[in-house]
Design a protein around this ligand. Structure first.
Ligand code: FES
Length: 93
């Protein structure tokens, strides 16, 4: 199996090749890779892919995984019902 077909993040469909290419370009923090690829932003919030990405960064930079930071978890955004938005819009007409 090659890097192009190996999925690192199943939620955001990111391959090992994409992660390795970004690391080669100088993106060596989890947050940088996350912002570019959306890795770790899927339903599992990086529980599956987070450690895999840290392992790749560690292997490429020589830093231990303990030195590397995983991304900050933020609570999910609360959905707003469309009828509430429509009601507010009517009030402003
Ligand atoms: S596998 Fe990466 S966010 Fe779920």
């Amino acid at each position: 199996m090659n890097d192009e077909n190996t999925i690192v993040c199943r939620c955001s469909d990111v391959t090992l090749k994409e992660v390795r290419d970004l690391i080669k370009q100088g993106y060596t923090t989890y947050d940088e890779i996350k912002r570019i690829t959306r890795i770790g932003m899927g339903p599992c919030q990086g529980k599956t892919c987070g450690q895999l990405v840290l392992r790749e960064i560690s292997a490429a930079t020589g830093k231990s995984i303990k030195e590397l930071k995983l991304h900050m978890n933020r609570p999910p955004v609360v959905g707003v019902k469309l009828d509430l938005i429509a009601e507010e819009a009517k009030k402003n007409d």
